[in-house]
Design a protein around this ligand. Structure first.
Ligand code: SF4
Length: 492
């Protein structure tokens, strides 16, 4: 790999932009930057959360995906109706591997696709009656569900159905919470607005439901916000908090329940893992209930230790001692993981392009293994995400916002990383180039990656990806004489 300097990184950006027409070049230049840790406000150097340019290959999702797919989908005991035509729900179902404990179809519903299956007549005459009928059917078939959310797809917003009125009427009839969520995919520029809309719906329809009900508090009550239990992440996190003496009242939303969410305003501290998707509700609880919130990072032992101490500092000596006890307990295991994998991964370069928190939160975990992140970017970040990313990344690394398929491939061709961590849409392009790749949205069918237990899995997965001989075997036998692009990249 070519070592980056500030000048060479800037020259690379300019070279990659060269192919664009003038207007596109000017626009895309605002989304690419060379990192400088001295910068305190990213908005001076990078533009984010803007509409993607038509004609370039973007990797974003829609607001419905952000609401149903990320925030609401993992709440296990409510039914999420994908309201509209069948495709939005069918093609987005179960892709994030949000684990849950429960019996599917009895008391848990995360892995079932419920849709109102709009037809032409519903577009012409409206779908409110169909929605009401569907709610009746769901109540008959799944009486143990604790509530229902109505996740609006594009056509519902276009024809102006009154899902709020249906939700109110049916909620009164069946005696359960029914939440209308106006997350039509055409809203906003990416899935990010869907997260915000989903948070607002929780604020308006759920968070205050138990305000006047009794609750047996302890001084050590916390809630986990923004952990979707992908591959068991939230379980690997929760165990550490409980071992240090805290009581986890709620986890949002992976393996979470409606009751847990309703009880969250009773906690003493909200612990926020994915800032992007849940900072809105954390801020709301701070304003309305005076509950402080704290961002933490449970990727890799260095950041976990830092976070455990930071969390403990909000509590008394009992919890602070508990944190030290937990850190000491897991240290030998973490030392063993690092002793095993660091020699195999030392010096390897990584490029990341993911969503939420990962492009910055995983940097420390790679560094624990002796690896270096030389480029990072987000699909749907805002500038407060880049403010945080600048601090985590080294100087003269690349930061790219809503990177296009072409730009990402060119950066990889020139920088020749040893590993790419990105999404399913990028995966096969880099597979074909023979570049080691991990799918970092749902951990490539692995996980957990959070917590001390997760780090052992993370280290193993990165090793078996980077050091896998398969990357040099991508050529058909009759083309053996040719090298794969990955080989050529490494040899150059
Ligand atoms: S953009 Fe609209 S139609 Fe497309 S998946 Fe999202 S909600 Fe469905």
């Amino acid at each position: 790999m070519t070592e980056l300097t500030r000048e060479s990184a800037q020259a690379l950006i300019e070279e990659v932009l060269e192919v664009y027409p003038e207007k596109a070049k000017k626009d895309r230049a605002k989304h690419l930057m060379v990192n400088d840790k001295e910068i305190t406000q990213s908005k001076k150097c990078i533009t984010s959360n803007r509409k993607s340019l038509p004609g370039v290959m973007t990797q974003r999702g829609c607001a419905y995906a952000g609401s149903k797919g990320v925030v609401w989908g993992p709440i296990k005991d409510i039914i999420d109706i994908s309201h509209g035509p069948v495709g939005c729900g069918a093609y987005s179902r179960g892709g994030r591997r949000n684990y849950f404990a429960g019996t599917s179809g009895v008391d848990s519903f995360c892995d079932i696709n419920f849709t109102s299956d709009f037809q032409e007549k519903d577009i012409v005459f409206g779908g409110d009656k169909k929605l009401a009928k569907l709610i009746d059917e769901l109540e008959m078939l799944f009486p143990l569900s604790k509530g229902i959310s109505v996740q609006s797809e594009c056509p519902v917003g276009l024809i102006g159905d009154d899902i709020e009125a249906v939700a109110k009427k049916k909620a009164a009839e069946i005696g359960k919470t029914i939440v209308p969520v106006r997350c039509e995919g055409f809203r906003g520029v990416s899935q990010s607005l869907g997260h915000h809309i989903a948070n607002d719906a929780v604020r308006d329809w759920i968070i205050s439901n138990r305000d006047d009900q009794p609750f047996e508090s302890t001084p050590y009550d916390v809630a986990i916000l923004g952990d979707y239990n992908i591959g068991g992440d939230a379980w690997a996190s929760r165990i550490l908090l409980e071992e240090m003496g805290l009581r986890v009242v709620a986890q949002w939303s992976g393996d979470g329940t409606l009751t847990e969410m309703e009880n969250t305003p009773k906690v003493k501290l909200n612990l926020l893992h994915c800032y992007r998707s849940m900072n809105y509700i954390a801020r709301h609880m701070e304003e309305k209930y005076s509950i402080p919130w704290l961002e933490y990072n449970f990727f890799g032992p260095s950041k976990i230790v830092e976070s455990l101490r930071e969390i403990a500092s909000h509590f008394d000596e009992k919890i602070q001692e508990g944190a030290e006890r937990v850190i000491a307990k897991y240290k030998p295991a973490m030392d063993a993981v690092i002793a095993k994998y660091k020699p195999r991964l030392q010096g390897k370069k990584v490029m990341l392009y993911v969503g939420g928190l990962r492009p910055r939160h995983t940097v420390g975990a790679y560094e624990d293994l002796g690896m270096e992140v030389i480029g990072a970017g987000y699909e749907f970040a805002h500038n407060d995400d880049y403010d945080r990313t600048i601090k985590e990344m080294k100087d003269a690394t690349l930061i790219y916002d809503d990177v296009t398929g072409y730009e990402f491939e060119e950066f990889v061709r020139q920088l020749k990383p040893d590993l790419i961590g990105s999404g399913i849409k990028e995966k096969y392009a880099f597979h074909k180039m023979g570049v080691p790749f991990r799918q970092l949205h749902s951990w490539d069918y692995s996980g957990p990656y959070h917590g001390f237990d997760g780090f052992a899995v993370f280290a193993r997965d990165m090793d078996m990806t980077v050091n896998n001989p398969v990357w040099s075997m991508f050529k058909a036998p009759w083309n053996e004489a040719d090298k794969t692009e990955g080989d050529a990249l490494k040899a150059a």
